[in-house]
Design a protein around this ligand. Structure first.
Ligand SMILES: [Fe+2]
Ligand SMILES: [Fe+2]
Length: 315
């Protein structure tokens, strides 16, 4: 039986600018507010709840084996945004098969990290099969990241925490050195030999055309991550952050596939999510997108990048 994994990202529940408490604005959130109010970002995400609720209904019907969220559930890491996200995604909080990591907008300011807002709202999604004692002692402070989960009989997911509060205009990601070393450690573990290895993070390794993302937007140590993934036979990298959807099948020079469903909510994209089907080491990708007329997600057979994206080893 193939393993089916649903992947969505970047819903961005965003508070209406006029409702943001004044005292919450003494931080980088001021810049966020300018983006929201003056540059139209709020309008782009105003329908987050409608798309999220339709997504939940669709997942209940599609019944994938596992569901992965690669973050940016909120806009400015406001408590009210986390509450809205929790309310709309409530059925996915009760489910046991969801794994979710934060995006940079979920750790937008230091106070949100200090108050553990993401963990309070979605900590139940940071599931890992490992306990601290499974980490090498020198790197144990990094636990629970990277999250390591066996999905089905022959697939293992490793999910990284690659976001942190940054200064104004910086929305880059960075995987701390400890996690890079742990990633090498776990990927190189003999117990993963022969398994299909899937990596998830928020910030991507490259843009849609394969080029490096900007320093202030991309993953700072993308090259190191790329090399570790290639060296250890990662089959697929899942991410979000770039709001326009793209898929890059495995190819010469990059032996793993990359899939980013794009922001589920942004009006600049197709309101889509992906279903990855893993069977005998081969990976196929299907896309589903929101049908405005019917208010539901439907199959999107002609979506660019659908079909076989990873041929399996030795082919
Ligand atoms: Fe985002
Ligand atoms: Fe992001």
């Amino acid at each position: 039986m193939p393993l089916r994994i649903a992947h969505f990202t970047d819903i961005h529940f965003t508070e209406r600018p006029t409702r943001i408490p004044f005292r919450k604005l003494f931080s980088k959130r001021v810049l966020g507010l300018v983006n929201l109010a003056l540059l139209g970002r709020y309008r782009s995400f105003a329908d987050a709840r409608r798309f999220a609720e339709a997504l939940v209904r669709d997942l209940e019907e599609a019944r994938p084996d596992h569901i992965i969220s690669t973050g940016d559930l909120t806009g400015l890491s406001l408590p009210s945004e986390f509450e809205s996200a929790r309310a709309a995604l409530a059925p996915l909080l009760a489910a046991e098969n969801v794994i979710g990591i934060p995006g940079n907008h979920d750790v937008y300011v230091r106070s949100a990290v200090k108050d553990r807002l993401y963990e309070g709202a979605f900590g139940i999604w940071t599931r890992t099969d490992l306990v601290p004692a499974d980490f090498p002692e020198a790197l144990r402070a990094s636990w629970p990241y990277p999250l390591v989960r066996d999905l089905g009989e022959s697939t293992t997911l490793i999910a990284l925490m690659d976001v942190r509060p940054t200064i104004l205009h910086d929305s880059s990601g960075f995987v701390p050195e400890a996690q890079v070393r742990l990633l090498e450690h776990f990927l190189g573990d003999g117990r993963l030999a022969g398994r299909t290895k899937v990596l998830a993070l928020h910030t991507g390794l490259c843009r849609a055309d394969g080029s490096c993302d900007r320093r202030l937007h991309g993953l700072r140590n993308a090259r190191a991550l790329h090399d570790v993934a290639a060296r250890h036979g990662v089959a697929l990298v899942l991410h979000g952050h770039i709001h326009r959807r793209f898929v890059i099948p495995a190819c010469e020079g990059r032996p793993f596939a990359i899939a980013n469903p794009g922001s589920l909510t942004s009006r600049h994209d197709q309101h889509a999510y992906h279903i990855l089907e893993i069977d005998g080491g081969r990976i196929r990708l299907e896309a589903r997108r929101f049908d405005e007329d019917r208010g539901v997600f439907v199959a999107w057979p002609g979506a660019p990048g659908t079909g076989l994206i990873y041929p399996g080893k030795g082919t």
